[in-house]
Write a protein that binds this ligand. Structure first.
Ligand code: PAF
Length: 329
């Protein structure tokens, strides 16, 4: 923390740019003060300069408001803060064309799921203030032009690069102007792991079994692998200097979330159903890579990663996407 007053603003124009106009990007754009936010266009020539993205946002209190957010390039309107709400796998390539135009001191806040993409950005631009956010806010788009704030959550933000540390309080205050709950987090690595371990125990199983979160709990495939999975997660967390967590405590956390979100379609199953690239490489794939690099046995993480990758490959090759993997019955 830098001792700056709570009202101190970020330097520059004061505007906020959002890269990634999906559900989460639209949620933040809809809650942040009107007129302060713009979406950054991806390389899509069809977007006219000056055009806006218009949609309706159903807030958590049930009220529905029209939102209109301009598309503005970073070069045309250098922001004071850049939020990145792309899929984990798109983050580096989405940021690359904009970094030369981003003011040097402007913080970047990364909202990606899983782990690995945030570290790649911090390594690629070590002098830029880079922060990561871990959020439990839930949003979805049941129909085009309509975004729903489906789950009221909280967001923790922490610094990934040295130059981000003195800006943390200002970034948190800027995001909190949305009315959403935002906290500074001194140990964002631990916070990201706390979410990662839950995603590692739910998402791949739901994608492979083609079922809602709660349905994994009594499934033979889940019951066969969950204890070994939790052993692997505990060992890799230990090697990554996280707070030690016993495998049975990891399983309890996974199952508490699976029960609390029993009727939810996980983000990975939803990606699979929509034919989108999943974030498996940044969830079980990340744990498998970290484990392998340290000589830790990670066979369940590898198996889940391969099965989800294979399902995506089958879907792209035109195979039906509503089947489960043969070994998962
Ligand atoms: O990725 C998701 O869908 C969520 O993080 C979780 C916890 C699995 C609940 O659906």
């Amino acid at each position: 923390m830098n001792g700056l007053g709570a009202n101190q603003q970020l330097p520059g124009s004061g505007s906020i740019a959002i890269l990634g106009a999906g559900s989460l990007g639209q949620l933040w754009a809809g809650y942040l003060p009107a007129g302060s936010v713009a979406f950054v266009p991806r390389p899509t020539p069809e977007k006219e300069p000056g055009a806006s993205l218009a949609y309706r946002l159903e807030r958590f209190d049930g009220s529905v408001r029209p939102v209109s957010v301009p598309w503005l390039s970073v070069a045309a309107a250098p922001p004071s803060l850049l939020l990145v709400t792309t899929k984990a796998g798109d983050t580096l390539s989405a940021l690359e064309p904009h970094l030369p135009d981003l003011p040097q001191g402007a913080p970047i806040v990364l909202f990606q799921n899983g782990m690995g993409s945030q570290q790649s950005v911090a390594e690629r631009w070590p002098r830029q203030p880079v922060l990561a956010a871990s959020t439990t806010e839930g949003a979805n788009r049941p129909e085009p032009g309509y975004t729903v704030h489906a789950g009221k959550g909280e967001t923790w933000v922490g610094a990934l690069t040295d130059s981000a540390t003195p800006l943390l309080r200002q970034v948190v205050n800027t995001l909190a102007a949305s009315g959403l709950t935002v906290h500074p987090e001194a140990d964002i690595h631990q916070r990201l792991w706390d979410k990662l371990l839950v995603n590692a125990g739910i998402n791949a199983f739901t994608a492979i079994l083609n079922c809602r979160n709660g349905d994994i709990l009594n499934h033979r495939f889940y019951l066969e692998h969950i204890d070994n999975l939790c052993e692997e997660i505990a060992a890799v967390m230990n090697a990554e200097d996280c707070q030690p967590l016993a495998p049975h405590a990891i399983r309890q956390r996974i199952e508490a979330v699976a029960r609390n979100t029993a009727n939810n379609t996980s983000s990975m199953l939803s990606d699979r159903q929509q034919g989108r690239t999943t974030e498996i490489d940044f969830i079980n794939g990340y744990i498998a890579r970290q484990g392998q690099a340290r000589g830790i046995r990670v066979t369940v993480n590898q198996m889940l990663t391969q099965q989800v990758q294979q399902l995506s490959a089958d879907t792209k090759a035109g195979e039906p996407s509503n089947h489960t993997r043969p070994g998962a019955s």
